[in-house]
Design a protein. Structure first.
Length: 268
């Protein structure tokens, strides 16, 4: 892969054992995923800066390699320890911010040809498997450094969708009361006001003469209307069209007192 070959050529003088070549390959995978090396050891040193190259003395301890990394956006700092146990290498990585830890065990012989340390084109093998092991075993549990940047466009997209004036119903400004939309649960409720104009429902075409801006209790004709209908005259739930103004002292004008337009026309 582009970039790893120049890195290996630069570090070739310090590579004397197969585990050195494997650490170099692991280092490049971290660089590919947005990390840069700060230096060696557990603690920061003077004049450190992020670099794609391995720091001086990175291969000094052949049993325990200790390297520190920081993401390009400065959101994460990793501490990598590559520990040799017989013929295997244990990669232990800790995110210093969240204290999360991830580890992967690699058999050196599965990825390095020890007899070809001088030839970059032959020293590595099973590179795709190595990339997958590092990505799934280390980078995924700790989180990619660009994870925050990937989420920002989605949040912006959601905000624009909420502000779309063509959406129905439109989003209400803060502090205002949302309109009371008719319920769409029961499609057969349409026209219920026409069947029962005094039932207090909405959506019909008949004007309730008692609706003058004040909330009125519903009228149950089956309970009887004094002087007009006895109790039980209208079965419960049956349609009932009032044949005269109901009640006395109701608020608002009497519908019978409202003269229609053109009332003085003798031909009306």
């Amino acid at each position: 892969m582009a970039g790893r070959e120049p890195l290996y050529a630069w570090a070739r003088a310090a590579i004397s054992r197969p585990q050195d070549a494997l650490v170099c390959g692991v280092h490049w995978e971290l660089v590919r995923h947005g990390y840069r090396c700060l230096g060696t050891g557990d603690q920061p040193g003077p004049d450190e800066r992020k670099s794609e190259l391995l720091p001086a003395g990175w291969e000094a301890n052949k049993e325990v390699y200790t390297l520190r990394y920081k993401s390009t956006d400065d959101a994460r700092e990793l501490l990598l320890k590559a520990i040799m146990v017989e013929d295997s290498m244990i990669l232990n990585v800790m995110d210093r911010g969240s204290q999360k830890v991830a580890d992967v065990t690699l058999a050196v012989a599965d990825y390095i040809n020890p007899e070809h340390l001088d030839d970059f084109h032959k020293v590595y093998k099973n590179t795709e498997e190595l990339r997958t092991r590092i990505a799934s075993g280390i980078l995924a549990p700790l989180g990619a450094p660009t994870e925050k940047a990937k989420k920002e466009p989605e949040a912006k997209k959601d905000l624009q969708r909420d502000d779309d004036p063509l959406r129905i119903p439109p989003r209400q400004p803060a502090g205002t009361r949302a309109p009371s939309w008719p319920s769409s649960v029961n499609p057969f409720a349409v026209g219920g006001e026409d069947l029962d104009p005094l039932g207090g429902r909405s959506g019909g075409m008949i004007v309730d003469p008692l609706r003058s801006g004040f909330r009125q209790p519903g009228i149950d004709p089956s309970s009887g209307i004094p002087g007009r209908l006895p109790p039980g005259a209208v079965p419960p739930g049956a349609r009932f069209d009032p044949f005269s103004p109901l009640g006395a002292g109701r608020p608002g004008p009497d519908p019978d007192h409202l003269r229609p337009p053109g009332y003085d026309d003798m031909f009306m």
